[in-house]
Design a binder for this molecule. Sequence first.
Ligand SMILES: Nc1ncnc2c1ncn2[C@@H]1O[C@H](COP(=O)(O)OP(=O)(O)O)[C@@H](O)[C@H]1O
Ligand SMILES: [Mg+2]
Length: 262
Amino acid sequence: MNAQEEEKPAPVLELDRVSKSFGGVRAAQEVSFSVASGHIHALIGPNGAGKTTLFNLITGIYPADDGSVLFEGRDVGRLEVYERVAAGIARTFQNVELFTGMSVLENVMVGLHVRTRCGFFGALAKWPWVRREEEQARGTALDWLKFVGLEKMAESQAGDLPFGWQRLVEIARALASRPRLLLLDEPAAGLNARETRDLGVLLRQIRTRGVTLLLVEHDMSLTMEISDRIVVLDQGRKIAEGTPREIQADEKVLAAYLGQGE
Ligand SMILES: Nc1ncnc2c1ncn2[C@@H]1O[C@H](COP(=O)(O)OP(=O)(O)O)[C@@H](O)[C@H]1O
Ligand SMILES: [Mg+2]
């Protein structure tokens, strides 16, 4: 292997000509790109471009009509959502999806179940070793809450938290499943300027822990600042890919956004 090859990290995620239609709407049309290990990779584009659809295809909410999704070289395109989580893919949702009636800590513990021996049904049975595991799980969940700066809120009801904090709980829950790839759907939406800056710092810290990130984001200053690479979608198609600097200078990208009136 020569020096140049060594420097190029292997892809964690590879999409090859992935397509998905909903009735007449072609939400993804032969989209191909790969995400290098250790990168922060962004997916941008006007509303309705197909960004969330791609996330759903990668995480297994529904299968692609065509094309393949490879995670660490393995075809995961037919796996169920929980199987992909177990394989190492986690996500957060465009509209935060927490169990609002459960505590903040319990929400993060949900993310841990995929990594514990007892699983969900074992947790109901309460055998002694299950109880030990439960205590460990509480400790680990608390560590993840510390990581996002919310350990003081552990016993609060998740639905009572301000929106920005709920987003952080969702990130902690995703991290608790120990992903190697984390997908974040508009993590800065609804955050104020300061929270957005803090989010940028947090995302970099997550990357430092060896997690590759793929994010959909409308906040362009955040996206341009933290992304190693950007893919641009418009009407289900990839119209550009490159570094933030390349994307900012790309006329096709400008046209796509102007066409939307943004
Ligand atoms: N489950 C679905 N059923 C029908 N149409 C859908 C569904 N999901 C997405 N679409 C359509 O696919 C297109 C892309 O949507 P989406 O992926 O949510 O875009 P984005 O996240 O980029 O705003 C839109 O036209 C949307 O209405
Ligand atoms: Mg979306």
